[in-house]
Write a protein that binds this ligand. Structure first.
Ligand SMILES: [Fe+2]
Ligand SMILES: [Fe+2]
Length: 348
């Protein structure tokens, strides 16, 4: 469904056509119930108080609660983006954009598109990816605007993510998240997949699987504060840029610590996931026992995921090459945990 306050025919109708039938409604005509609708795209003047009220009355209601909502912003104004998030946006995109860019956004925000598997397994997978994607949108889109992330935001997604990987597989999760348009989202989504699969492989109890899920989703929260020119640079970083990038653990820690609701364990993961057991990591050069088990696990899945991801400046490592690279990091990673991770890494 396209909610539009334009008097002419929106160009979005044609862009959205490949996803199925597009029902266009004015802000005053939004139906009470979204029966038969798989997602909502909103294109409106977010400074028009009457229209904003009409949209708020409908799409913040219970009937629309689980529906993906993509807001198309006409300009990158801070208060328009804030308004979109306040109206329950699950993602935003700013004009001008090309049709393909918007279509990629739709596929990430609404993974349950006709090309995807319509079985119960496929639906669980789509829901899990959408839930994880929403947390990452809150991290990468809202945090830089000054809207705090809450611990509750993260916990809401856990059950659906665990169910998605339990019902389908790590391979299917990675295939779906590998199509995401944004490299930072792609990375956090695949780290989350590896963390969940590792937790399930080790037979961890449900509460521990949840702890690992949330740690993986959150580990790179500080990247939300790194300039996009560095974060998405299509080449290797210079020394100066790398120094900026290496501030992300501290910046993420500062942001979550200031928020107040995150347990110490999550702050530990965010701050220390680049530390190595031999003291050669950053930011604090911690060594040995100073590095907790949950941090050791996230470090392993983080590195494996990064090595096997596609980067613009190098080909992805095969799982075997990535695992061999990690085995060569003898004093840096926890040997026992790394061996326990082998079947998950090589099972891909
Ligand atoms: Fe990181
Ligand atoms: Fe990472």
């Amino acid at each position: 469904m396209l909610i539009s306050d334009r008097s002419d025919r929106s160009d979005l109708v044609d862009i959205l056509r490949p996803f199925g039938d597009v029902a266009t409604v004015m802000t005053s005509d939004i139906p009470d119930s979204p029966a038969g609708i798989c997602g909502v795209v909103v294109e409106m003047d977010l400074r028009n108080a009457i229209n904003v009220q009409q949209v708020r009355d409908r799409i913040l209601g219970k009937a629309y609660q689980s529906m993906p909502r993509l807001f198309v912003l006409n300009e990158a104004l801070h208060h328009c983006a804030m308004q979109a998030w306040a109206l329950g946006a699950t993602d935003t995109i700013v004009r001008p954009f090309d049709a393909r860019g918007l279509q990629q956004r739709i596929r990430s925000a609404f993974p349950n598109t006709p090309e995807d598997d319509a079985t119960a397994k496929g639906r669980a997978l789509s829901k899990g990816v959408a839930a994880a994607n929403l947390v990452l949108a809150k991290i990468f889109e809202r945090l830089p605007l000054g809207i705090p992330l809450t611990f509750d935001d993260v916990m809401q997604a856990e059950a659906q993510i665990l169910k998605a990987i339990k019902r389908s597989s790590l391979r299917e999760w990675l295939q779906m998240v590998g199509r995401h348009h944004n490299a930072s989202y792609r990375h956090c989504l695949s780290v989350t997949g590896y963390a969940v699969a590792f937790a399930q492989h080790m037979g961890m109890r449900d509460a521990d699987q949840r702890r690992l899920t949330r740690a993986a989703l959150l580990h790179d929260v500080g990247k939300a504060f790194i300039p996009v020119a560095i974060l998405d640079k299509p080449a290797a970083l210079t020394d100066e840029e790398r120094a900026v990038m290496r501030t992300h653990p501290q910046r993420g820690y500062d942001s979550l610590a200031a928020q107040g609701s995150f347990p110490p364990e999550m702050l530990d993961v965010v701050l220390h996931h680049h530390e190595y057991l031999d003291g050669s990591g950053y930011p604090h050069g911690l060594a040995g026992d100073a590095i907790s088990d949950i941090v050791r696990i996230i470090t392993i899945v983080d590195i494996h995921s990064a090595l096997t991801e596609n980067r613009p400046y190098r080909a992805p490592f095969t799982p075997a090459k990535a695992f061999a690279t990690m085995e060569a990091m003898t004093d840096q990673l926890d040997k026992h945990l790394l061996q326990a991770f082998r079947p998950v890494a090589l099972g891909m």
